[in-house]
Design a binder for this molecule. Structure first.
Ligand code: XMP
Ligand code: MG
Length: 175
């Protein structure tokens, strides 16, 4: 049972805040003067979105998508469906997908392909955490907060069966 497992602090509130600000500064530079649509992948990226956007020095609109990847709580199966689509048009606009974590990459490949078909001017991926250990499909995030070699993490939007999502820091669940 995960609720009985120990959690080890991985990224503290302060470390996350510093890194999110750095990412926001980079994005503000790269997207100056562009017609930006930030697509937040629910639920996991909502805290990242809230913090990142408040540091951005550019104009943008935010929209939300919710995807479901069938499988167990800690493993995605590869079958992805959209349970909530975005509502704005991305045609001719500069899209940034905001994710909490890229794991196998299946979810993101699905979303990227879906949005590409809507003819955005550009489409990039920004993820808080890039976990390459279990990558099954080829996909690289353009903006990465933290690289993680392995492990299951919770906090700062990331959950295990809806638990731990609102912890301000990120923790590694110990085996
Ligand atoms: P894929 O495998 O498609 O899945 O890249 C990405 C989604 O899987 C979830 N995920 C995690 N959630 N801690 C979590 O709380 C983790 O370590 C973790 N690894 C994958 C997450 O929903 C992510 O969007
Ligand atoms: Mg997610």
């Amino acid at each position: 049972m995960v609720k009985d497992r120990k959690k080890r602090l991985l990224y503290s509130e302060e470390i996350i805040d510093r890194r999110v600000k750095e990412l926001a500064d980079t994005l503000s530079h790269d997207y100056k003067g562009k017609d930006v649509v930030i697509v937040c992948v629910l639920k996991g990226a909502f805290i990242f979105l809230a913090d990142l956007t408040r540091y951005l020095g550019i104009s943008y609109v935010v929209d939300f998508v919710r995807l479901r990847s069938y499988g167990s709580q800690s493993e995605s199966s590869g079958i992805v469906t959209v349970t909530k689509d975005i509502e704005v048009s991305v045609e001719g606009r500069d899209v940034i997908i905001l994710e909490d974590i890229v794991d196998t990459g299946t979810t993101l490949v699905y979303l990227r392909d879906m949005l590409e078909k809507r003819n955005p001017a550009s489409l990039k991926i920004c993820t808080l955490i890039d976990k390459k250990e279990r990558r099954l499909v080829e996909i690289d995030a353009d903006y990465v907060g933290f690289d993680l070699d392995e492990g299951f993490v919770v906090g700062y939007g990331l959950d295990f069966d809806e638990r731990f999502r609102c912890l301000p820091s990120v923790y590694l669940i110990e085996e």
